[in-house]
Design a protein around this ligand. Structure first.
Ligand SMILES: [Zn+2]
Length: 234
């Protein structure tokens, strides 16, 4: 399928989608377009991969490490999101949240895709829906986290960023099945918040936080049982 055409020496991208885009996808398309604009295509020659963190364009582990240490690459590899304690789509969501790539209303407002008047949190409708507000500070989310932490007899203060919250959670040293359970509580909470947020935004479905809290607990318990069985009968 043609993805565009040459307008003189300039390549113009043309996207044809199989279905109408959802609102949250429009933001991703705008982001893709901005990324594509950074590159100018040559009319002749073959495509070759170019690693931009090394002078000659060749990838090496050393150049990657140097770039990461110099913070040229905003990487989340060190965060170790991919722990195998939740389905891949859940891990991907966590990665997107930590990378600040999730299309909250605040982000869509910055991209001028929604009006300022529509940028409030769908749960409380009091504060702009930033990542931090939605996943940490909104009353709805805060109650979910507290409910989960109560099971582990932990009291804490919510930090200012999701990244710090993730670090605090993952640095709470635990081992074996207990560690897996602990990690999965984090993943289950973030997933549930985003899932029910979307239910509210796109289907106008309200949910009581207590129902979500028990859903999270049951999900973690089911996975815990699975891991215990694996542990007992490897
Ligand atoms: Zn809120």
């Amino acid at each position: 399928m043609d993805m565009g055409l040459w307008n003189g020496l300039q390549w113009c991208w043309i996207f044809n989608w199989r279905r109408p885009l959802f609102q949250w996808e429009k933001g991703q398309v705008e982001e893709l377009k901005m990324k594509l604009e950074e590159a100018s295509l040559a009319i002749e020659g073959n495509d070759v991969p170019h690693w931009r963190f090394e002078e000659r364009g060749n990838y090496s582990t050393k150049s990657f490490t140097t770039a990461v240490l110099a913070r040229e690459i905003e990487t989340l590899t060190s965060k170790n999101v991919w722990r195998g304690v939740a389905p891949p789509r859940v891990e991907l969501l966590i990665w997107l949240v930590l990378a600040g790539k999730i299309n909250t209303r605040s982000r869509l407002k910055k991209m001028k895709l929604i009006h300022q008047d529509n940028a409030n949190c769908p749960f409380c409708n009091r504060v702009e829906e930033s990542i931090e507000h939605l996943f940490l500070h909104c009353d709805f989310s805060w109650k979910l986290w507290c409910h989960s932490l109560l099971d582990w007899k932990i009291e804490t203060v919510m930090p200012g960023s999701v990244e710090t919250w993730f670090d605090m959670w993952m640095n709470n040293i635990k081992t074996g099945v207990e560690a897996k359970l602990w990690w999965s509580v984090f993943y289950a909470n973030v997933w549930a918040i985003w899932f029910h947020r979307n239910k509210k935004v796109f289907e106008n479905k309200e949910v009581d936080w207590t129902d979500v809290a028990y859903l999270i607990k049951s999900r973690v318990c089911v996975r815990g049982l699975y891991w215990c069985v694996l542990f007992v009968f490897p």
